[in-house]
Structure formats: C-alpha cells, structure tokens
Design a protein around this ligand. Sequence first.
Ligand code: ZN
Length: 169
Amino acid sequence: MSVFSVKSLFTTFFALLVLQACGQKTTVPALELDEMPAVAKSPKEYNSLTPEEAYILIQKGTERAFTGAFHNKKDKGIYLCRQCNNPLFSSDTKFDSRSGWPSFDDMIAKNVREQADADGYRTEIVCANCGGHLGHVFRGEGFTSKQTRHCVNSLSLSFVPESAVKNEE
Ligand SMILES: [Zn+2]
C-alpha cells in the first residue's frame, strides 16, 4: 500500500469519527464519557434525557433484557447516573448474572437508595441524589459472596473509563 493511500485511509477514518461525534452530540448524550463530569446538584443542572431514558429514569420503566449498552461491558471504570452524574457503581463490583441487565454486587458510597416497589414485593433502587429509577435489588441469590444483585437498566447509566477517571486525579 502506498503512503498516499494510507494517508487517505486515515483521513477517511478521522472524518468518520468527527461525523459520529457530531451525530452523538445532537441526538443521544454519550453513554461513554471522556472525563468525570460534576454531579448535578439541582434539577436545572440535570442532563436532558431522551424519551427512552426518561421512560426508565422518570417513569420507572424497564428496558428489554440484552438490549442495553452495558450488560456485557467488562471495561474498568465507573458507572454514573445518566441524569445527574452521581457515581453509582464501580466495574470492580460488576458480575455476569446472565440476566441481560448490568449487575453489581455493591454500590459506591451510599449513592443508591432502596425503597419498596409499587408492585408490593420487589425492592426498587433509585439514585440517592436525583431519585432517578435505576432498577431493583435482589438478595440471597448466591451469585457472589455479597449475595446482592443490583439489577440496573443500561439506560439509567453513563460510563467513565478508568483512564478518564485517573486523568481527573
Ligand atoms: Zn441521579
């Protein structure tokens, strides 16, 4: 391959990257962030949500199993609340539950709040900062030694890779 064609290949590649980045900005907020954003303290500062995200976070809906962006993700990093950027889960506590939803056996600090679900038997989990619906918590299933499964919708989360978290420090 000549030097010229390698160069044009790179140009095409970067043009595609730029196109993709612009497209993401105008339509869907990035799922994967390149830096740790500040936690939004008031509703005015919350990230705007797509209808799909609002259906989960506000109307307490559930995304279809195996359709989310994060159920299979194994990269190291921090999962944030999609609405307010509150750090909720570390990849260190993520495990494969084969349920089709991201599963974590612990939370970061006390950033996830539990409350009785309206269905009368499950325990709902919400972001302790903004109250956005995340999913449900189940205990005693034997997946990990902590006997806890935070079953979370991918649409409730954003992801900051470990490299971007370290850049902050
Ligand atoms: Zn939140």
